[in-house]
Design a protein around this ligand. Structure first.
Ligand SMILES: O=P(O)(O)OC[C@@H](O)[C@H]1O[C@@H](OP(=O)(O)O)[C@@H](O)[C@@H](O)[C@@H]1O
Ligand SMILES: [Mg+2]
Ligand SMILES: [Zn+2]
Length: 186
């Protein structure tokens, strides 16, 4: 059996790109400063890079799954072009009060539930204890905790940091740009 790999689980909006609110257009997708360089370093440090994003805008009828996929392909290619190959991209299109019926459910993938992380663990053979969950909200920290991720890291680059978010996090850093150095520091 292949050895397990450590991963960085990455929230999308507020962590990789500026959270303008339910971002679904390329023109509105803006990488946060230092993100791509940080991903390059994390990759070199041996981490698998796995995006885990709640996309309730699909359930809310704000944009379609196809629109999300188009933006995701663009994001994936933009990163690959800068030597950052993502190892997995997982998204939750659901919401319990969805206006679009097919997405109306209480699922196990919408963060704070750990479903996306656990699916990735199985599919990519991830060593959860050696992994990190990086996000801007309490829900990201709780998903990481429920999935057994070693360290939960809250970033200040998205939604305002709350006391609950801070309490659930192991580390609070300004943005993803600070993560490689923080990991090396131990
Ligand atoms: O940060 P990730 O998980 O990558 O994506 C979050 C987005 O899907 C949107 O999620 C919404 O939360 P609700 O889904 O409405 O609770 C709000 O936080 C929006 O501002 C945000 O853009
Ligand atoms: Mg977020
Ligand atoms: Zn879901």
């Amino acid at each position: 059996m292949a050895n397990k790999v450590p991963a960085i689980f990455l929230d999308r909006d507020g962590t990789l790109n500026v959270d303008h609110g339910y971002v679904h257009e390329i023109d509105n997708f803006q990488f946060i400063d230092g993100t791509i360089e940080a991903l390059q370093q994390l990759k070199q440090m041996g981490f698998a890079l796995v995006v885990v994003t709640n996309q309730s805008g699909i359930a809310r009828g704000m944009f379609t799954e196809d629109t999300f996929m188009r933006l995701t392909e663009w994001m994936d290619w933009s990163l690959a072009d800068r030597d950052v190959d993502l190892d997995g991209i997982y998204f939750c299109p659901h919401h319990p009060e969805a206006t679009v019926e097919e997405f109306r459910q209480t699922c196990d993938c919408r963060k704070p539930q750990p479903g996306m992380l656990l699916t990735a663990q199985q599919e990519l053979h991830i060593d959860m204890a050696a992994s990190y969950m990086v996000g801007d909200k309490l829900e990201d920290m709780l998903a990481g905790q429920a999935a057994g991720v070693g360290k939960k890291v809250l970033v200040r680059s998205g939604k305002p940091v709350t006391a609950e978010g801070e309490a659930a996090a192991d580390w609070v850093i300004d943005s993803l740009a600070a993560l490689p150095a923080r990991i090396k520091q131990g």
